[in-house]
Design a protein around this ligand. Structure first.
Ligand SMILES: C[S@@+](CC[C@H](N)C(=O)[O-])C[C@H]1O[C@@H](n2cnc3c(N)ncnc32)[C@H](O)[C@@H]1O
Length: 315
């Protein structure tokens, strides 16, 4: 194909000349490489600056209905996927987490719940070993642990979109998450944190929207402490052809309609579906994480690969 000279699109000609499969291949290539000035916004080819702006505007517009849409669109299954992320993370009291593209805070809240439950278990275990202590000693020790149910753990929610985080902050107040979390506006591709700072970096359904995924991965590596863990929960590619077909039909025929009915946002949810199609496969993404310097990179498919969790360590 002469028009794909060196993988570049000559004046946008190729996207007009290529049919659907060719166009999909070309757009995925752009998306994976990230080195071109053009970027894909769903199946549209736009400049990188335009993509940043469009992604920002999109999350501005959907922010109010974002949580509701997640529940409706996935029939609540996104909660199970997020639970799986936390189980894999298995944070201990004291863990410093950075949740990038944290949006309305779901991962942060699950993290705090997880740490609380870990501390409760610890508390009960300690109580059993208190048998030889006096009542006063037991009481003091119990109260001390109860006052510090997070054990020094902290989560920073970082997102480029203030409106998404504003919804998250309201949710945090409403649900009673007052300690152990902070909200920082920042771009994943240029994180406003010093190097070697966090034990865990998580990103859930966020990396697909970034313009320079490779740069975001390098930033993840930079801010993690040596020994720290990278975890990414993202829509991926179903391995079973039947599930893949059903999922495709559901994605392209139902999701934009739901987006329109619930949020008045057909285009935004059309983008969501298209961006999922363009995201690298599990193996391709694994290679990208390795290229950023991570070791022991692995992934776990959820719901037959509709979603995958990638994990890697800074060693
Ligand atoms: C689909 S939402 C995911 C929110 C949340 N993690 C969840 O699982 O519900 C994607 C989020 O990524 C954020 N985002 C997109 N590009 C970003 C970037 N370059 N840096 C930081 N956040 C970004 C958006 O603002 C949005 O809040």
């Amino acid at each position: 194909m002469a028009v794909l000279a060196g993988g570049r699109c000559l004046g946008g000609l190729c996207s007009r000349l290529l049919g659907s499969p060719g166009k999909l291949w070309f757009l995925r290539r752009q998306h994976t490489d990230g080195q071109y000035k053009k970027a894909s916004f769903g199946f549209q080819s736009v400049t990188e600056a335009e993509k940043n702006e469009k992604v920002h505007e999109l999350f501005d517009r959907v922010s109010l209905k974002y949580d509701l849409m997640n529940d409706v669109m996935t029939l609540g299954i996104h909660r199970l996927w997020k639970d799986s992320l936390l189980r894999l993370m298995n944070p201990y009291p004291g863990t410093q987490l950075l949740d990038v593209a944290g949006g309305t805070g779901d991962i942060a809240f699950l993290f705090l719940d997880y740490i609380h439950s870990q501390r409760e278990v610890q508390l009960r275990r300690d109580l059993k070993s208190y048998q030889n202590l006096s009542w006063l000693e037991v009481s003091k020790s119990y109260q001390k642990t109860r006052q510090d149910l997070l054990g020094g753990s902290h989560v920073v929610i970082c997102d480029v979109n203030q409106k998404m985080m504003a919804i998250g902050e309201k949710k945090a107040q409403h649900l009673g998450y007052t300690e152990g979390l902070s909200w920082v506006v920042g771009n994943a591709e240029e994180l406003p944190f010093t190097a070697d700072k966090f034990d865990v970096y998580s990103v859930a359904f966020g990396i697909r929207n970034m313009t320079h995924i490779k740069q975001a991965l390098q930033e993840a590596y930079r801010v993690l402490k040596p020994g720290g863990r990278f975890l990414c929960l993202e829509f991926s590619h179903a391995s079973n052809p039947l599930i893949s077909r059903i999922y495709d039909l559901y994605s392209f025929q139902v999701i934009p309609v739901l987006g329109e009915v619930i949020a008045g946002e057909w285009q935004s949810y059309q983008y969501l579906v298209e961006s999922i199609r363009l995201f690298p496969t599990q193996e391709e993404f694994k290679a990208m994480i390795e290229d950023a310097g991570f070791m022991k990179v692995d992934y776990h498919n959820l719901t037959s690969g509709v979603v995958a969790i990638h994990s890697g360590f800074k060693l």
